[in-house]
Each structure stands twice: as C-alpha cells, then as structure tokens.
Design a binder for this molecule. Structure first.
Ligand code: A2P
Length: 354
C-alpha cells in the first residue's frame, strides 16, 4: 500500500481550518480511496480536515496525506458529525446504509458505488458531459461505472456534433475495477507464473496471469449479459440522455493493472468522416487524441495509466457498416482516475464552485 505509514512516523495531523470543507473518505484503504486522496492533493483541493473511514480491520492504520499522517477510523453511524463532504467508495451495500446517514448529518455525498446511479433524484454525472444535471442534486451525486464514464467521454463530443444512432462496444478491463485485492492478485499470479510456481486465485474467478476472461460480474441467465455490461449500457444512456440508444457490449477482464480500454463502433444519423470525428474529439476537454497511423501508435493502457485524459484513437470508417455512417474507435482511460476518483473530485469541484 503506497500511502501506508509506519505508526511511529512523526508528521502533523491535517488541521481543522475554518471555512474549508471537512472531507470524509469512506473506503479510504481501497484502490479508489487511495486515489481519491492523491486527486485531492494533486488538484490542491482545499481540505479543512480529512477523515479516513474503512472497516474495523483497518482502524488504527496511518495513511499519508501530503506531509500529514491520518489515522483510519472504523466506519460507524456517528462518523459523519461535522463532515461537509463524504466521498464513498466501499461498495453498494455500505453506500446504501451509510450515505443517507451522512446526508442526514449535513454532508454532501459523492458516491462511487452503483447504489443510487439509476435513482431519478440522484444525478449521475460526468462533469464534461452532463455537469449541468448536478443542479438537481438532493444531497447525493452518483459517480458512474468506470466503463460508462470512460466511454461517454469519447461518445459525448461525437453525439453533440451528429446524433448517435447505435453503439457497439468491446471492453478490455483492468484489475483495478475489482479493487486493490484484485490488483495484488494479478501481481502475485504473474510473478508465480514467471517463476513456474502454482498459484491459487482467490479474488477473481479464473487464472489471471497471461489470460483474459469474461467480466466477473454475475451473468443474467435470460439475456446472457453480465452485470457490468448491463450497468454500462444503462448508465451510458442516462449520462448521454439517450434513453433508447441501442448499445451492444461485451465486457472482458484483461491482465492490465489500472486502465480500461474499449473498442467502439459508433453509427451516426448521417455519414461522418474520420477527420470530422477526430476534430470533434480533439476539441473536447478531458480527451486526448492519440491516432498516429504512420507510427502505429494508438491508445494503450500503459500510456493511459496515471493520466487524467481519456485517450482516443484508431479513428476510421467502420467497414462493417456498408451505409458508411459508422466510425470505429479505440479508447483507453485510467479506471481509477476518470473511471472513479478523478471524476468524483471533479464533481466536487463543480458542486463547490471551484
Ligand atoms: P478495508 O480495507 O478495511 O477492508 P477495494 O475496492 O479496493 O477492495 O476497497 C474497498 C474499500 O471498502 C476498503 O477501504 C475497505 O476497507 C472498505 N470496506 C469494505 N468493507 C467495509 C465495511 N464493512 N465498512 C467500512 N469499509 C469497508
């Protein structure tokens, strides 16, 4: 755990400062929780005081926030007294139970779980795409599923220019989406594989080193779609405000640590040239076009990792659509950043008018 400090480390606690928000991170020890701290720090977000909340297992551990050591506390019903903003990333059941408690205590909640994403009175927000919907929040704002956040960053600039009629997506998803333990399992499984040692996987359902498999979310017996695919479709439609947009998707877990990639085919209402699509994407905030045909250099998870922008490239006419109305693209975005923590902090910045 990179933020972990020995308990003996002598550093100051984060001091309470008047008028600057008291921020709680629920799930602070998780992959997204750690990244939330990095994002707040990197973006120089004003933090009056920081409360790090996790399970009883982590209570008493110290995590670094800049020069400060902050002790992790066990999440409890009374954890939110005096908290202005609570960032949740400890799974849907924790959010369902504790987010209303945080709101009742006077906190504004940005929730990274799936608990409230389809609730009509909870905005589901990617700030660059539908930031205006934040105005309707009633205490809770939902941070989208990572595929939906990264995919809508690429789709929205296109859809704004010419309406999209259909999307087909295939994902290449990293370990980080399944949490810190899955990232560690990928590291250990890879090391064991290279050393020729047996490895017993415990976090993910299949061997991960030098392998890939259909996303580990439960599969709906009737439709054959898994939970990740269903979330990505429903949330993409909601964020783009296109409730009936036909979207086909196949979600796959690949042995990459922290960036998701997506192959997209996008059908428009009229013919669109690759140059038009490239220009619309190049002008979009938070998107970086990586599309060098001569060098065969396109978006890669290795270059998207640790990067705020979503990388988009391989922009070409989809020859699978004889009408000429479809464009194919390849997208890579950091699952922990735009797919989770960065988007949550950007939501907060908008809410607080920063
Ligand atoms: P802990 O580390 O104490 O288990 P990830 O998505 O990387 O797996 O992280 C999940 C986060 O959710 C961790 O910070 C984890 O804390 C936290 N968490 C899990 N279960 C609980 C719980 N019952 N109460 C509070 N936090 C929890």
């Amino acid at each position: 755990m990179p933020n972990e400090l020995p308990n003996s480390t002598l550093v100051q606690p984060v001091a309470d400062s008047v008028g600057v928000p008291v921020i709680a991170i629920v799930g602070a020890t998780g992959a997204v929780g750690i990244e939330l701290m990095h994002c707040l720090e990197k973006r120089d977000f004003p933090v009056g005081s920081l409360r790090l909340l996790a399970s009883a297992r982590s209570a008493g551990r110290s995590l670094a926030y800049g020069i400060h050591a902050v002790q992790v506390e066990e999440l409890r019903d009374d954890s939110f007294a005096g908290v202005d903003v609570a960032l949740f990333s400890a799974g849907a059941s924790i959010s369902r139970r504790y987010a209303p408690i945080a709101v009742a205590a006077g906190a504004m909640v940005v929730d990274n779980s799936s608990a409230f994403r389809m609730d009509a009175d909870v905005p589901l927000v990617v700030p660059e795409v539908n930031g205006a919907t934040l105005a309707g929040h009633r205490g809770i704002v939902a941070n989208p599923n990572c595929v939906a956040a990264i995919m809508t960053m690429a789709l929205a600039p296109l859809h704004r220019a010419v309406p999209i009629r259909r999307v087909h997506a295939a994902t290449y998803q990293s370990a980080s989406g399944a949490g810190a333990a899955a990232m560690e399992e990928l590291r250990q499984a890879t090391a064991a594989h290279l050393d020729g040692l047996p490895f017993e996987h415990k976090v993910l359902p299949h061997p991960y080193a030098f392998n890939l498999f259909s996303h580990n979310a439960d599969v709906d017996g009737e439709s054959g779609y898994n939970g990740e695919e269903l979330k990505a479709v429903a949330e993409t439609r909601r964020i783009l405000d296109t409730p009936d947009l036909p979207i086909g998707i196949t979600c796959v877990r690949v042995p990459v640590l922290r960036a998701h990639s997506i192959a997209l085919s996008v059908e428009f209402e009229r013919q669109v040239s690759p140059d038009e699509a490239r220009a619309w994407l190049a002008a979009a905030p938070g998107v970086r076009v990586v599309d060098d045909r001569a060098a065969n250099h396109f978006p890669m998870p290795s270059e998207a990792s640790g990067v705020d922008d979503v990388l988009v490239g391989r922009i070409r006419t989809d020859l699978g659509d004889p009408s000429g109305r479809s464009i194919a693209l390849f997208v890579s975005g950091d699952q922990l950043l735009k797919g989770a923590a960065l988007n949550a902090v950007q939501i907060l910045e908008r809410l607080l008018g920063r």
